[in-house]
Design a protein around this ligand. Sequence first.
Ligand SMILES: Nc1ncnc2c1ncn2[C@@H]1O[C@H](COP(=O)(O)OP(=O)(O)OP(=O)(O)O)[C@@H](O)[C@H]1O
Ligand SMILES: [Mg+2]
Length: 304
Amino acid sequence: MQTQPRSPLKVFQSLFQRKTVRQPISGFNYEQLIAYREEGLVRLQIKSVSKRFDSRRGKTLALQDITFDVASGEFVCLLGPSGCGKSTLLNIIAGLETPDTGQVLLDKRAITAPGRDRVVMFQESALFPWLNVRDNVAFGLATAGMSRSEQYDRADHFLRLVHLGSFEKAYVHELSGGMKQRVALARALALDPDVLLMDEPFAALDAQTRDLLHAELQEIWAETAKTVIFITHNVREALVLGDRVIVMTARPGRIKRDFRSNLPRPRYIEDHALVDAARDVLSDLREEVLAAAEEETKREKLAA
Ligand SMILES: Nc1ncnc2c1ncn2[C@@H]1O[C@H](COP(=O)(O)OP(=O)(O)OP(=O)(O)O)[C@@H](O)[C@H]1O
Ligand SMILES: [Mg+2]
């Protein structure tokens, strides 16, 4: 609870003033995270997960035989064409959906329902407009048996971590889109989950705000060592953030490629090595986006 976040100005400076010598992120503990992985401290195990939806339009096989492990403290990004089952997989990990076959284990225990050990963050921040910023962040803490002042201390700590320390009295309509997502992130972190599940959390933001949040999220992740699953359509975003980028196939979603990235951190969206890696991942993704588009055209023809 003693972390002193860097000022937004410093984050901006590190983002926009390129340094000749790369500075490590303050408090960054990448070696520890690598050690966790090498020790095989597996947090999540996704085992042969398949999911089918039956609706009036027919049956949809959304996921087919998805298997992968996620180490403690690992940052995994999921990429894939629209409709390939990314959100479905995240919802299964969250315990909001159940798989038809297979299972997901968290610390070797099967996930059967939502729990405090996992928090989901969506594209829309889902904040309560009738509560101020601090009360939004403190909201989930009442059930954790904390006193009001403990809740507020904790809320304020995480608001400072996302650089919104002076906005605790503001209401949601007074915030920009980027600020709302920061509040949502502070709220998620305040609950101290083992696993943070993020479904395109920055997709609705402008490019500059997104760049800033990438820098902040890398810092926060390094300081909190959370295990993160992050869905995005943006290949470079995936490579800025992820230790791993998992590319899924067109529906039914399967794993096409599990790309491990050792690019040095902190990373920037325009780094040469990152752009090269992005080109490589993008060619895999494009094949699947094309396959999904062809499938959609076939469906339309059949329906006509
Ligand atoms: N509750 C549901 N009932 C019926 N079909 C569903 C349901 N939820 C998802 N699907 C279908 O499952 C498939 C996967 O959906 P999902 O939302 O997981 O895709 P996604 O990869 O997250 O897509 P996007 O990138 O557009 O968010 C889609 O074909 C979708 O129509
Ligand atoms: Mg989705």
